[in-house]
Design a protein around this ligand. Structure first.
Ligand SMILES: [Zn+2]
Length: 88
């Protein structure tokens, strides 16, 4: 195994780890902030691509005012999601 192969393998693992960390920071199934645990984040507008996936996956977007993290909550109850889609 050449040094270049090892380098590529290490690099791809690093990219994967960073990607997974980013996803875990930004996607949660609860309303709490995934970073600091703040229970009362602010609702913010969802991006259009997420809104268009509403029929597949209910979602809501929040911004934590304690640490500034923006995250997406997936798997909301459909009644709440419907109410939110009317709101926005
Ligand atoms: Zn936070």
């Amino acid at each position: 195994m050449s040094l270049f192969t090892v380098f590529c393998a290490v690099l791809s693992v690093l990219i994967l780890v960073v990607f997974i960390r980013e996803v875990l920071r930004r996607v949660t199934s609860q309303r709490q902030c995934p970073i600091c645990g703040d229970a009362y984040p602010d609702r913010i507008k969802r991006p259009a691509w997420l809104k268009s996936m509403q029929f597949l996956l209910s979602s809501a977007r929040y911004q934590c005012h304690a640490c500034g993290n923006r995250f997406i909550q997936l798997g909301q109850s459909s009644a709440k999601a419907l109410e939110d889609s009317v709101m926005h």
